[in-house]
Design a protein. Structure first.
Length: 171
């Protein structure tokens, strides 16, 4: 069984300038996201979101806020995401759950017996996501750019696309 692992902010929804998405109102789904998820569902057994949300650890939002944000996200992609894992811990906590550590990938493997991480793909918009994918043995896809020269760690990146929809259409 394979899965498409997706980062959230900057992949499914627009990044906010130096701020977290703290409420459903602040969640702006990127154009093409719903179509991309529809296409990706035909190519992967599971669609899994893995997202660092240290805004919770900082006390800027609550778990209930995050739940409401993810309800809106799911609604906007016609409930096409199988599972959303999030890490609320501060970067300074050095949590094993926080990307680039692979805790959330192992969590998914526990929840979905038969999932082979080596057959999975990780899509993200920064090198933290790429390192997470590499460490978990996945193929890595950087979105938001056309070229590995746009990243400071090109050796972590297998493929680059301007958006998730561009990636989906390449499948
Ligand atoms: Mg991101």
């Amino acid at each position: 069984m394979n899965a498409l692992f997706l980062d959230r902010d900057g992949v499914l929804n627009r990044l906010r300038n130096n701020d977290y998405v703290k409420s459903p109102d602040e969640l702006e789904i990127l154009p093409g996201t719903a179509e991309a998820i529809t296409i990706c569902r035909r190519h992967f057994d599971l669609i899994i979101v893995v997202t660092n949300q240290q805004g919770i650890g900082k006390g800027l939002m609550t778990e209930a806020d995050l739940k409401a944000i993810h309800a809106k996200l799911q609604e906007s992609v016609s409930y096409g995401i199988d599972r959303i894992y999030s890490c609320p811990h501060l970067a300074s906590d050095h949590s094993f759950l926080r990307k680039p550590n692979i805790g959330m990938a192992l969590w998914a493997r526990r929840d979905f017996p038969g999932l082979r991480l080596k057959s999975c793909t990780m899509v993200g918009d920064n090198s933290t996501d790429m390192l997470f994918g590499r460490r978990a043995g996945m193929r890595t896809v950087l979105v938001g750019t056309n070229s590995t020269s746009a990243t400071d760690r090109p050796w972590l990146v297998d493929l680059c696309f301007p958006s998730l929809l561009h990636f989906a259409r390449s499948l």
